[in-house]
Design a protein. Structure first.
Length: 321
């Protein structure tokens, strides 16, 4: 019983820790005179990815590659099928042309790179498949290219990337210190309890750690993106919804998996190819939806298809175990 309690508390701490860290860091950056748009593209973007990052690093160090890998793949699938599905039911989502022709293809590239790395054991004729530090460096290199693209895009103002509506609260130096230190502490303890709880739950029910990572942990660590997208949909901030999801998916593979592998190489689960193909097809479907019906717009019927696909996928995972 304590295990389940700590697991739930762990996910809550992850979310609250990321919130405090973003709040404190944003306030500090604003005090130092850093522009709002830079804060939005860096601190806020990285902050919402912190739960996945902390869970992955702790999982890799504990040799639980199944949770680390499942967390990322499961989060990315949930981002498109669950989060975009729910958000579209609230309001149709208008998508920038640059998102359709650049960001979504970039997220497809991330999946293809990961698909290659996940099958190096067949290419190199080795018995154990591991995401190595060298492969982690390649993923981080792609991430650096993506960051450069985003900053160039914002600098040239070729699309409307505005973070002026991000509320940055003013805090005293002591409050900033407490928010940042408290956020980091919550992230560490939340990540530790989430991983340990996931391992115990998997063992108790006879499930694989990869399954737990794909489902419960993935949805738990995706809650910041879900909340952000729902609020943005209610406020009709469409660009934030789709940008939040696609940006998060690119961050998860190139930044989080890359940094995790650089810190501690981890083993790749056996069943990963099917789930990567599901993620690939899901992302391709998102791209296709941009070209049919009302172009560059996600409509409610498409959101319903996403949600139905997610339900079917979860049912399949449960049967697969």
């Amino acid at each position: 019983m304590l295990t389940y309690f700590l697991f739930v508390v762990g996910i809550i701490l992850l979310i609250k820790g990321a919130d405090w860290l973003v709040d404190g860091s944003s306030s500090l950056a604003k005090k130092l005179g850093i522009p709002t748009i830079v804060i939005g593209l860096t601190i806020v973007a990285f902050g919402t990815s912190m739960p996945e990052l902390v869970v992955n690093v702790i999982s890799a160090i504990k040799h639980n590659g199944g949770i680390a890998f499942g967390n990322i793949i499961g989060s990315n699938i949930a981002n498109i099928l669950l989060i975009l599905g729910v958000s579209t039911l609230i309001s149709d989502i208008k998508v920038q042309k640059s998102t359709t022709w650049k960001e979504i293809p970039f997220s497809l590239l991330a999946i293809l790179v990961l698909l290659v790395f996940s099958n190096t054991m067949f290419l190199d004729n080795i018995s154990i498949n591991v995401v190595t530090r060298f492969e982690g460096m390649i993923l981080l290199l792609f991430f650096a290219i993506f960051l450069y693209y985003v900053f160039e895009l914002s600098r040239k103002k070729s699309i409307d990337i505005s973070h002026d509506d991000i509320e940055i609260k003013k805090h005293s130096s002591l409050q900033i210190f407490l928010l940042i230190s408290g956020g980091l502490f919550c992230l560490y303890m939340g990540g530790k309890w989430t991983v340990e709880g996931a391992i115990q739950i998997a063992r108790y029910f006879g499930l694989s750690e990869y399954f737990i990572g794909l489902t419960i942990v993935a949805v738990g660590t995706s809650l910041p993106e879900l909340v952000t997208s729902i609020i943005a949909s209610l406020k009709k901030h469409n660009d934030i919804v789709i940008g939040n999801v696609i940006g998060s998916n690119i961050f998860n593979i190139f930044w989080i998996l890359g940094l995790t592998a650089l810190i501690y190489p981890f083993a790749i689960p056996a069943n990963v190819n099917f789930d990567l193909i599901v993620l690939l097809l899901t992302t391709m479907l998102l791209f296709l939806f941009m070209l049919i019906g009302k172009k560059h717009r996600l409509e409610k019927w498409q959101g319903i298809i996403f949600l139905l696909m997610y339900v079917l996928y979860i049912i399949f995972l449960i049967k697969r175990g």
